[in-house]
Design a protein. Structure first.
Length: 134
């Protein structure tokens, strides 16, 4: 089966995140100086400017911070998914992740709704983290 939707572009900063997703792990950078867990990844901590970083595995639990329901496919590959929910999920560890809410009617999504990660294995190279009601 061919996957015809856009996929992430890997770079040196994001490669560990997407490698973790392939293994069904949400990996984020944690600053070893101030403890900030951050997304997106970067070479320096935006809080204290340290370059001392480690990658941690997040729990995959969080809550809907904000969301929108798409009723028009602005990219033709998403036409068969309508309507679908795009959300910012606030993870327990702190980072906010732009993602989809699945296995839930768009009418049932609400801010602060508890969610957990699920994995959409779209190609051999990519597993996309999506979220469903917890």
């Amino acid at each position: 089966m061919e996957y015809n939707k856009p996929l992430p572009k890997l770079n040196a900063d994001s490669k560990p995140f997407w490698s973790g997703c392939r293994e069904h792990e949400l990996r984020f950078q944690k600053c070893n100086k101030c403890g900030l867990i951050r997304w997106p990844p970067s070479i320096i901590c935006p809080k204290c400017h340290s370059r001392d970083v480690q990658w941690i595995v997040a729990s995959g639990r969080g809550k809907v911070y904000s969301f929108v329901v798409y009723h028009i496919a602005y990219q033709p590959a998403f036409k068969d998914d309508l309507p679908y929910t795009v959300a910012i999920v606030e993870l327990e560890e702190g980072p906010h992740l732009l993602t989809n809410i699945v296995n839930c009617s768009p009418d049932d999504v609400s801010c602060d709704m508890p969610v957990k990660v699920m994995w959409d294995d779209v190609t051999e190279e990519f597993s996309l983290p999506k979220f469903e009601p917890a």
